[in-house]
Design a protein around this ligand. Structure first.
Ligand code: UGA
Length: 443
């Protein structure tokens, strides 16, 4: 890459680390920083600090290209562009906690040189008008500062983060000044040269695009989940309904899989945050509020259905109510259990007197301390052995390829609750299983 831009990335969480590596991959001069010394020392040794496919290889590949440093205001003056990628967690009232972002903005102001222009790019997920907030902090701490604040939201998904960054659906850049756009165009030129589109807009609209995209996807999922209850009631099949809907290009066939409800570090937080932000602005968000509440009650309803299903299977028989839960992460491909549905359904079942052994290919370490009364198995076979039933919560590939025929003699009751529709019901029925699949009739 021929630009001489020196780029500083602040924060090495999901967004920051992948941004640093992705921009290094296309040839930029990158320094990645964090206040967490432990993270920086591990990154220097190329140790992956998050669970992400291909991360370790990329860390090694760019071992000598990326400089890893502890963040401090002293280093700010060396850089032309600063990407803010710090965490923006949720406050108790659902609003977004901007304290890390505020702290970093103060540090940037402290470290800026009087006569040197710097472009500050916000990549953290934040409510609209946050760029203005950063701008105000800087202006009030450094009167003559030469700078712009741009918004460049990130759309990567956990589990496919590197691929998503390097092959983006779109690159959104919000800025209010041509100089800022020029710099962002230079940074993303290698992507645009490959045919990826760069969408330019004003800062506040760019900020809203990020929230609107996540909340719209959460709405799509919630619509399908609500419909799944109706399908069960009337004997329709949600997988066929969504396939049929998806043939309409205006609807599209993505993100229409019924499941136990959306989870993770983004959708639950962003739906709440957008609703909270809109209310602060005096705007009601009935639809978004309904999405939040339907997603929440969906989990309760599925917990109830689980208890009903197993009660029917066990009715009149001897049972230990000891089931295997397959999957703890909020989706496949990640070890992340933040706002995972498993963490809501499992306690309800424990309260109902169930004993639970769980297995997850990646998330057991993260779930252990949150679910101290759950036994973690060391393999799928161990999880299933001798159980009175199976509850599938996460769509990991490993779970798709279980040999149900050879497992069956080891189960006390061949009964499966499939909350991701990954199993062929007729095949399992042929093997003598009772199977309940979300949004489809029980067989
Ligand atoms: C989401 C967005 O998809 C990314 O574009 C965005 O950048 C990211 O949030 C973010 O804001 O950082 P992620 O949280 O990694 O990415 O997970 P998704 O793959 O979107 O899944 C979210 C939830 O929806 C999961 O619980 C998943 O199981 C569920 N889901 C997804 C369904 O139940 N059905 C579907 O059809 C798709």
């Amino acid at each position: 890459m021929e630009t001489n831009l020196k780029i500083l990335v602040i924060g090495t969480g999901y967004v920051g680390l992948i941004t640093a590596l992705g921009l290094a991959e296309v040839g930029h001069d990158i320094t990645a920083t964090d206040i967490d010394e432990g993270k920086i020392s591990r990154l220097k040794k190329c140790e992956p600090i998050i669970f992400e496919e291909g991360l370790e290889e990329l860390l090694h590949k760019h071992k000598n290209n990326i400089k890893y440093k502890i963040f401090s205001s002293d280093i700010i003056a060396d850089y032309d562009v600063i990407f803010i990628c710090v965490g923006t967690p949720q406050n108790y009232d659902g609003s977004t906690n901007l304290s890390y972002l505020d702290a970093v903005s103060h540090q940037i102001a402290k470290g800026m040189k009087d006569d040197k222009y710097v472009l500050i790019v916000n990549k953290s997920t934040v409510p609209p008008k946050t760029a203005r907030r950063v701008e105000n902090i800087i202006k009030s701490n450094k009167q003559n500062a030469l700078f712009d604040v741009a918004s460049n939201p990130e759309f990567l998904k956990e589990g496919t983060a590197i691929n998503d960054f390097l092959n983006p659906d779109r690159i959104v850049v919000g800025a209010d000044n041509p100089d800022a756009f020029d710099i962002m165009e230079k940074i993303y030129k290698p992507f645009v040269n490959k045919g990826f589109s760069l969408y330019k807009t004003d800062v506040t609209s760019a900020e809203l695009i990020k929230y609107a995209s996540n909340v719209f996807l959460a709405t799509k999922i919630t619509f399908v989940n609500e419909l799944s209850h109706l399908c069960e009631q009337i004997g329709a099949d949600i997988t066929k309904v969504t396939q049929g809907m998806g043939l309409d290009p205006r609807i599209g066939d993505k993100f229409l899989n019924a499941g136990p409800g959306y989870g993770g570090s983004c959708f639950p937080k962003d739906t709440l945050s957008l609703s909270n932000f809109a209310k602060q602005e005096g705007v009601t968000t009935n639809l978004i509020d309904a999405v939040i509440s339907v997603n929440s009650s969906h989990v309760l309803s599925l917990s109830y259905k689980t208890k009903q299903f197993f009660a029917r299977i066990w009715d009149g028989h001897d049972t230990n109510k000891h089931i295997a839960v397959l999957g703890l992460s909020f989706k496949a491909g990640t070890d992340d259990v933040r706002d995972s549905v498993a963490l809501r359904i499992i306690p309800i079942l424990l309260d109902a007197g169930y004993t639970i052994t769980a297995y997850d290919p990646a998330a057991m370490d993260n779930a252990r301390s949150i679910l101290p009364n759950v036994t973690m198995a060391s393999s799928i076979e161990e999880a299933l052995d001798g159980k009175d039933g199976i509850l599938l919560l996460t769509e990991w590939d490993e779970f798709k390829h279980i040999n149900w025929s050879s497992i069956k003699p080891k189960l006390r009751y061949p009964a499966i609750m499939d909350m991701r529709n990954i199993y062929d019901r007729d095949h399992l029925k042929g093997l003598g299983y009772n199977i309940w699949s979300i949004g489809r009739s029980e067989v």
